[in-house]
Ligand binder design. Sequence first.
Ligand code: COA
Ligand code: AMP
Length: 628
Amino acid sequence: MTYASLYGQSLSDPESFWRERAAEIPWLEFPKAILDQDANGAWRWFGGGRTNTCWLAVDRHVDEGRGGQTALIYDSPVTGAVVRFTFAELKSRVAKVAGGLAALGVGQGDRVVIYMPMVPEAAIAMLACARIGAVHSVVFGGFAAPELANRIDDAAPKAVLSASCGIEVATVIPYKPLLDEALRLARQPVDHCVVLQRPQCEAALTPGRDLDWAAWEADGEPADWVAVDAHDPLYILYTSGTTGKPKGVVRDHGGHAVALHWSMQAIYGVDAGDVFWAASDVGWVVGHSYIVYGPLLRGCTAVLFEGKPVRTPDAGVFWRVIADHRVNCFFVAPTAFRAIKKEDPDCLLKRDYDISSLRYQFVAGERLDPPTYHWLCEHLDVPVIDHWWQTETGWPMCANLAGVELMQTRPGSPTLPVPGYDLRVVDEDGREVGPRQEGAVVVKDPLPPGAFTTLWGDHERFVDAYWSRFPGFYLTGDGGYRDADGYMYIMGRIDDVINVAGHRLSTGELEEVAASHPAVAECAVVGVRDADKGQVPFGLLVLKDGVNVAAAALKAELVATMRAQVGAFANFKQAVVVKRLPKTRSGKILRQALRRLIDGEPVVAPSTIDDPAIIGEIEEALRAGGRP
Ligand code: COA
Ligand code: AMP
């Protein structure tokens, strides 16, 4: 089947398209309705279907005779460990952990927060929750205590699963003090914490609340999977919106399983028995979809890597992992390749490894800048495929479908819309624009299976944030254009979300932290260009009248506060003090103008600005602050 015919069918007859895809996986009860609307008017897939994601990802492979196949390879250059789990071994570990959760009183619909580094127990914990119908919410291990506390308050978990530490290159990061602090800050009480003790740093446990993972798992009575409705929530994953309050993206069992299972073959061109590696973190959507669920749903071997592209031990580690585990398809954020390119510009370290198993190189998480694309094409003998998606959709919206029909790639473009996504580029009034004209990228409803169905506990925000700007269309938050052949170009966010080394952050969240400093009257944080990380945050601070503080000292304090309040991965390192912020007459901060000014681009004062003289003032402050 060609890409064009498949895409055409997905839009002209979505129900038959997705009925066929749904029939590619087993069900306990096949859905009665392929597509319908719930009481809120939201589109829902596979109503009446009965399933369980853990059964589909683990048990059924054992039942189908793949129990001896490797399901998961944990490769950890930071500890020196390489551990393989067959599907049968994974099943028995997951069943024990599921039993341990049940013993803590966790049942169907209850939430479990998972705050863990990249260890196999993180994936086991996710699958164990799915097994008993509990809803997991994985919080990226780089988040600081207040961010973890916010998520605990929103998800109200019955238990938190964590580890004693993470390892960042050679630095051991104790997690337990962060967990303790988060539980102190959270309004929501948590009765049970289970802590995986790692030998690099054992944590002191709080009697009555904390349990030692090893003993708890050993005591767990293996639990069988339970049947859930296709619409039942599988997980909540918090992501940054335009305000400080993160959005709890909710994904269901049925649509998620169908979409991810199909995407592995159609998009990534892999099937059962193939080895798939996504070098991300379980705390991000890439980790959910393509470290854990996607590969396992398809019966692939998944690689879980606890390391960095460089320094663990060198810029050759990606090639080493591909060679050691005979990886067939590799997926990582472009920033990782920029880090490698900086240390090994001619890719010499690759020569030490046989990476002939590799069939495709996928990248996503941020725009694949053409220089990095060309570098990859020069050094790899396989198709380099940029693809575009986000936490909300859970799987790609644009890609070059390796398993359907490989199209010619174009630098800077994630190629064409994926079947199921009716993408449009529209102007301010919602009118479609012509080729090469930039606008907001939107998706006509319904979103396909696997995309989020609501925001946890806040359906109103789901409607307001995503569906109210252009009724009937999902607002992706990205801007871009199409060329004359329909190739999409995603140029960046049109809202206040920024992307730092593939990590999504809200400038609103960073502003809230900066504004809480006693010397700061007002501030703006914008994302500015960075050669390595794509974007980094930059703060402009207006001081309270009468405050006398040295700019350097204030900046240092804010850098430390951002690390403690949000996390080091936010990379907040730059800020200048200004007299005032450029605003429209109605008081809105002119962020785009600020971004351009900091990036050193020419700025014409917008007609809406309240006082054009402010542009010169900011330029001067930037120069004084050492910015060219
Ligand atoms: N736990 C604790 N701290 C973390 C962390 C985690 N999980 N992840 C990052 N940090 C810390 C880093 O140790 C660093 O701390 P430092 O300032 O004390 O040195 C800081 O946050 C900044 O991290 P980062 O921006 O990641 O820079 P880096 O130099 O450590 O690594 C890259 C740069 C490119 C190697 C790294 O950002 C990377 O691998 N990015 C890919 C991201 C990704 O996979 N995103 C998922 C979307 S697909
Ligand atoms: P996240 O939800 O963390 O996955 O971040 C999603 C955002 O990352 C998108 O809305 C885009 O802004 C950006 N993004 C992800 N992949 C790409 C890509 N291939 N090209 C351009 N931007 C991307």
